[in-house]
Design a protein around this ligand. Sequence first.
Ligand code: GTP
Ligand code: MG
Length: 173
Amino acid sequence: MTVLDIPELALVALVGVSGAGKSTFARRHFAPSQVLSSDMFRGLVADDENDQAASADAFDALHHVAGIRLRRGRLTVVDATNLQSHARAGLIRVAREHDVLPVAIVLDVPEAVAWERTEARADRTHGRPVLTRMRRDLRQSYGRLAREGFRKVHVLRGVEEIDAAEVRYEKLF
Ligand code: GTP
Ligand code: MG
């Protein structure tokens, strides 16, 4: 079992390609109200969870709600791919504004696994090249996360390690 130590109050960024299992992991380990997903916010602002053109507005709204939650002292999990520095920078900024520790949990599954899952889903229509690009972004992310300001970077490699992970909360004081 891999134990993921997370401060009681943190901004948790899930990081992983589409099909890595971020939303599944979030459902398993956190309460629905603690999880802010990019899909949910695209749906809220555009009535379409897959409307990529709505992403800028969706993330604006997501960051806003995350900030309010952190101000209120509520642990918040961001379920989005978070594969690019500029996307993560928005989360680091919100966490800093509220003096909350940003934590990353990387879910790394083989590309073949992510692709097999993607093909089985009706709600994902991107092609394999998009997934390959996400894998490249993921590889680049490894060296960057700590430097960007994530105070803890937990990496779960492979389906078994992801399955066996448990979250443990650290008292802040
Ligand atoms: P995006 O939202 O597209 O970025 O993907 P995601 O990382 O949120 O993946 P999600 O959790 O939606 O999982 C994708 C698919 O894989 C879903 O159909 C899940 O049911 C399946 N899946 C996720 N985790 C597991 C797992 O541990 N085992 C198995 N067998 N299937 C899984
Ligand atoms: Mg998801």
